[in-house]
Design a binder for this molecule. Structure first.
Ligand code: PMP
Length: 284
């Protein structure tokens, strides 16, 4: 079955949706994105995704911000048109079509706005039940990882390398400290304290991360926003990742070291359950 996708105000069968070869997303990776998860046909944490999109657009001097209500309406329409009960909506905003030039084009250029759905089992899946393994690699991305751009070749390369070497994902390392996964935030638990690095320019401040931090407090855990090393992680009681598509997913192996005896930890499981419960409560 072919999906219906969104392109600049129109709903179009996926094979008919076309974007110009001069689009700056194609020429300069000059585009921003958001991924919102859907459970029970509803959007999770939509408003916070929109606030982060505004921030990304402002940081990169986009000519205007988009209307959140309009975006919400076409997200809702995509859910309905594609009969989506569980999965994600990918939204991309590029600076638009212009003659190839490193300088940003005239402010009058129209943004290119696209969105599509993907069906995924977010609540029940193998990674959540069995946990994932991660390898580590130098973090060679630019220093503005706080902006959610489509400039994702290095994370894609790091993910492919992990899979080729028999792992599920890569945790990236800068100056001896874990920054984040290829498309998720990294966390460890030691005793009753949870560690995740402070949100600066070297990581993306995950929307899931913020909601998970609230859930952890609900469950009586303290959060320490402090960087940790691979050795800290290997000696942790539990480790996990968070993102809109993985929620809270246990990490059971880092390079050759098992974490929590190679099984999903009990706090990670409780946190995942609490997060899913909260996600359902806040869904719109
Ligand atoms: N870090 C990176 C590099 C990511 O790509 C993502 C997911 N897009 C995240 C963290 C998690 O962000 P969120 O919880 O908003 O999905």
């Amino acid at each position: 079955m072919s999906r219906i996708v969104y392109l600049n105000g129109e709903f179009i069968p996926e094979h008919d949706a076309k974007v110009s070869v001069f689009d700056r997303a194609l020429l300069f990776s000059d585009a921003l994105y958001e991924v919102t998860s859907i459970i029970d046909g509803k959007l999770i944490d939509f408003d916070n995704h929109m606030k982060r999109l505004d921030r990304s657009m402002t940081e990169l001097d986009y000519p205007k911000l988009l209307d959140h209500k309009e975006i919400r309406d076409f997200h809702k329409a995509l859910i309905e048109k594609n009969n989506l009960n569980e999965g994600i909506i990918y939204l991309q905003v590029s600076r638009g079509v212009a003659e190839r030039d490193f300088n940003f084009p005239d402010k009058k250029t129209e943004l290119t706005v696209t969105a599509f759905t993907q069906k995924k089992d977010l609540v029940n899946n193998k990674a959540a039940t069995h946990g994932i393994s991660v390898m580590t690699m130098d973090d060679l991305r630019w220093h503005r990882c706080d902006i959610k751009t489509v400039q994702l070749l290095y994370p894609s390369f790091a993910k492919a390398k992990a899979v080729k070497e028999g792992f599920d994902d890569t945790w990236m390392i800068r100056n001896g400290y874990v920054t984040e996964g290829t498309s998720n935030n990294a966390w460890i638990i030691k005793g009753s304290v949870i560690f995740t690095r402070p949100a600066d320019n070297l990581i993306l401040k995950g929307i899931t991360r913020e909601t998970v931090a609230e859930c952890a407090k609900d469950l009586g855990y303290k959060i320490n926003f402090k960087s940790f090393t691979v050795t800290d992680a290997q000696n942790a009681d539990e480790a996990f990742i968070t993102s809109a598509t993985t929620f809270v997913t246990p990490v059971i192996k880092i390079n050759d070291n098992k974490i929590s005896k190679g099984e999903p930890g009990k706090f990670t499981k409780a946190l995942r359950e609490r997060y899913i419960q909260k996600a359902r409560e806040i869904a719109i």
